[in-house]
Design a protein around this ligand. Structure first.
Ligand code: PLP
Length: 360
């Protein structure tokens, strides 16, 4: 299963002859408490509207996002998952060359390659949680002229927040060469205070990518958005196909963004459960958990153990899907990623990890 995205429960189910609903998915990093209670009922009421075209201007959800993030409606575009924005970038903004801080979400490279743009992967150091430190990108930015620099806050698959000083340096260096900075914040809802969203008011070369997939569990609805200065947003809008965000996705987003209790509950839950699960896994010989600021953990297996693909296979045969990270450039064969799920599911995973170690 090398090279595929997390969350492919359909392929996992086919492989193990199970129903997709029987797979416990630790690979897609979706909030285990999601979706917020009441969503289903709310959408049932909206279902009759699906016979008409969606609101082409997405105005209700854009207004709500503007209120939520304290920005103008001209600074927001809503999309068919944040992946749609990623694929709009090269054409809408004329990105012919880019530096991608690696390891990261593979669709940045795929989208740029498909548009025949050139890509340089800048491998960030493991010692810094695979995030660039303040001097790391200077080397690249002094040597080459590119149209965009792409990085994440927190990054994936490590889950580490970006240091503000580093981002400021990248923004200023990029601005002087006319390059756009694309900052992927699809996991920042778990640490909203550490978002750099306010910087879009001060830097005309900053685009922030966000999503309702992870925190609100809307992966199957496809709902993402970008925050950026109005010029960038209007260029993206011109290239976006009409009605790309369907009616139910728009209403699901509107409902979810208003659920403040759900938000509070999630933040407390993830914080506690991440600590509990980290401690349990850390106690096991051969497993080291990298520090994480979000709802998933990157785990390194000792070189004496078989590669992560072997563990993935073992767990999948027991109905648990983890993300073998060997397809992330530079990570090698011994890293895997799990998301924080409900306590009984996390305990089940730990039990199987113990069994795995005792069997090999
Ligand atoms: C870092 C990162 N960015 C963006 C995405 C795309 O998410 P979506 O298109 O569901 O909004 C993902 C999905 O896994 C991701 O991990």
């Amino acid at each position: 299963m090398k090279g595929f995205h997390g969350g492919n429960i359909y392929e996992a189910a086919k492989k193990t002859r199970k129903d997709p609903s029987e797979i416990i998915d630790f690979s897609a990093s979706i909030n285990p408490l999601a979706p917020p209670p009441g969503l289903e009922q709310n959408l049932l009421q909206k279902l009759p509207l699906a016979k008409s075209y969606p609101d082409i201007s997405t105005s209700e959800i854009v207004n709500l996002l503007a209120e939520t993030h304290n920005c103008s409606t001209h600074q927001i575009i809503v999309s068919n998952g944040s992946t749609e924005i990623i694929y709009l970038l090269p054409h809408a903004l004329g990105i012919r060359s880019a530096i991608i801080v690696s390891p990261s979400f593979s669709e940045y490279e795929n989208a740029l390659s498909l548009a025949r743009s050139s890509v340089v992967l800048a491998q960030a150091p493991e010692a810094n949680g695979f995030q660039p430190d303040k001097d790391f990108l200077s080397f690249y930015l002094e040597q080459m002229r590119v149209d965009a620099v792409i990085l994440s806050n927190p990054n994936s698959p490590a889950g580490v927040l970006l240091d503000p000083e580093t981002l400021n340096r990248i923004l200023f260096m990029s601005k002087s060469m006319g390059a756009l900075v694309v900052l992927d914040e699809v996991f920042i809802d778990f640490y909203e205070n550490n978002s750099f969203k306010n910087l879009i008011n001060h830097h005309r070369n900053l685009l922030i990518i966000r999503s309702l997939t992870k925190f609100y569990g809307l992966a199957g609805f496809r709902l993402g958005y970008a925050l950026a200065p109005p010029m960038i947003i209007s260029a993206l809008r011109k290239h976006q196909p009409p009605w790309s965000v369907n009616t139910l996705a728009q209403y699901a987003g509107i409902y979810c963004l208003k659920q403040n209790d759900f938000k509070e509950k999630t933040l407390k839950f993830i914080e506690n459960e991440r600590q509990r699960l980290t401690e349990k896994i850390e106690k096991m010989d051969g497993f080291s958990v990298l520090p994480s600021d979000t709802n998933f953990l990157l785990i390194k297996l000792s070189s004496e153990l078989p590669p992560a693909s072997h563990l993935q296979e073992f767990l999948l045969n027991r109905g648990l899907l983890i993300r073998d990270c060997s397809s992330f450039p530079g990570l090698g064969s011994h890293f895997f990623r799990i998301c924080i799920r409900k306590p009984d599911e996390n305990d089940q995973l730990v039990t199987y990890l113990h069994r795995y170690v005792s069997l090999i």
